[in-house]
Design a protein around this ligand. Structure first.
Ligand code: SF4
Length: 224
């Protein structure tokens, strides 16, 4: 394991000790988790929750319920999440694809090898790497590392990766940190949620390092 990946394991341990289990998306159907993963692109989760409440009121949180919605109506239901044209189109593309290719159930997709399932998700218009990995990890329970802006900030500010690192580079770094674990999927699930937590509380666009659980790892050049 590289030194950077080993360091990430320490971050996981210390964040878990500081914040405890994050329990992301418990008691949700895989389909609802996938809907949330699409809606949360470039949007705060509180806004997604308002959209999901609207979808629930319209009984549109199932595949058949979603497909019954005219696209115009769907845009209004998800308005709190923003980017309504793109996200409504993606939700419908995803739902039609699921019905056509997997008999309307994510359980068939979940049976595929992770990279094959990921390849299929990435082929759906509007689904990028972060959304695909969120669906794989949180809806399908596959060991897929999720890379987001919070992770990018933490690893670049701590010099574990360069500023110009690609999504694939960072995904590989996280994958390496957890690949030997017997609880790989559960730990990847917690790790992403913990990184989001430290990102919200401390590692914003402007850092708030005092009191951050990762402060002791900060490179000397960043502490001045
Ligand atoms: S110590 Fe500072 S730079 Fe490091 S994760 Fe915390 S807020 Fe970000």
């Amino acid at each position: 394991m590289s030194a950077s990946a080993a360091q990430l394991r320490h971050y996981y341990r210390d964040l878990f000790a500081a914040y405890g289990p994050q329990q992301w998306w418990p008691a949700q159907t895989p389909f609802r988790v996938a809907i949330g993963a699409i809606l949360t692109q470039n949007t705060a989760w509180t806004a997604v929750e308002r959209s999901i409440a609207n979808l629930r009121s319209a009984t549109a949180l199932t595949l058949s319920g979603l497909l019954r919605q005219p696209e115009e109506t769907l845009r209004e239901l998800i308005r709190p999440s923003g980017h309504i044209r793109r996200k409504a189109a993606t939700l419908l593309a995803f739902a039609h694809w699921l019905k056509r290719e997997h008999r309307g159930s994510l359980k068939y997709l979940a049976k595929l090898p992770t990279e094959e399932a990921r390849h299929q998700l990435l082929a759906i218009h509007g689904i990028g790497p972060e959304t695909a990995d969120c669906i794989l990890l949180y809806a399908l329970n596959h060991p897929a590392p999720v890379v987001d802006e919070y992770l990018r900030r933490v690893v670049t500010r701590h010099h574990l990766a360069s500023e110009g690192s690609s999504y694939t580079d960072l995904r590989q770094l996280v994958s390496e940190a957890f690949e030997k674990s017997s609880e790989q999927t559960q730990q990847l699930n917690e790790f992403h949620a913990l990184i989001v937590q430290v990102g919200k509380l401390h590692c914003r666009s402007k850092t708030n390092c005092p009191g951050c659980p990762l402060e002791k790892y900060l490179p000397v050049s960043n502490t001045n």
